[in-house]
Design a protein around this ligand. Structure first.
Ligand code: ATP
Ligand code: MG
Length: 166
């Protein structure tokens, strides 16, 4: 009986350069730990990969490491404070392909996962994911909204919020 109340929290930032997007990603990355999942959503060229570069930095991956979207490998793996897995659903055709490649397992594994084009098959995203949506405002500006409803996601987003902006 009664309605299910899902309380979602969200916070929006505007970045005005690649560097600002990286540094926002870095601040988020610094708050992540084993088992966290970051679901990245937004059109082509909206900043998902730059943000992921920041996540890697925040997770202690060497700044010399080049972060690009995985293509043939499907998953890029980086060593930082935790193992950091970077996946991208853009080139995948259908959910059976995702499942047969074993990609869903990363979402429930140890380590930290960032996933581009995470809205293609939202049904496989774990509840604990922090959703990050990117909107292109113009050439240089991106609107970046973080949201979540699971207690772990709320904790991460509130921690980020408490730090305030630079
Ligand atoms: N404020 C900004 N933040 C991030 N990138 C920006 C910003 N302003 C301009 N850009 C440009 O937008 C592009 C973002 O590229 P990026 O590869 O991160 O996008 P993406 O969302 O991963 O795209 P794709 O869906 O193709 O993987 C880069 O060319 C970058 O220079
Ligand atoms: Mg990308």
């Amino acid at each position: 009986m009664g309605d299910t109340v899902i309380s979602e929290t969200q916070i929006t930032y505007i970045t005005t350069s690649d560097e600002e997007t990286i540094s926002l990603g870095q601040r988020l990355g610094a708050l992540l730990s084993e088992g966290d999942v970051v679901a990245l959503v937004g059109e082509l060229g909206s900043g998902k990969t730059w943000f992921t570069k920041g996540l890697a930095l925040g997770l202690g991956v060497s700044p010399d490491t080049i972060v690009t979207s995985p293509s043939f490998t499907l998953v890029n793996e980086y060593k930082g404070r935790y193992t950091f897995y970077h996946m991208d659903f853009y080139r995948l055709e259908n959910l059976p392909e995702v499942l047969s490649a074993g990609l869903e397992e990363y979402l429930h594994d140890s380590g930290v996962v960032a996933l581009e084009w995470a809205d293609r098959w939202p049904e496989i995203l774990p509840d604990k994911r922090v959703m990050v949506k990117f909107l292109i405002i113009d050439d240089r500006r991106r609107e970046i909204t973080l949201s979540g409803y699971d207690p772990r996601a709320l904790e991460i987003i509130e921690d980020l919020e408490e730090e305030g902006t630079d």
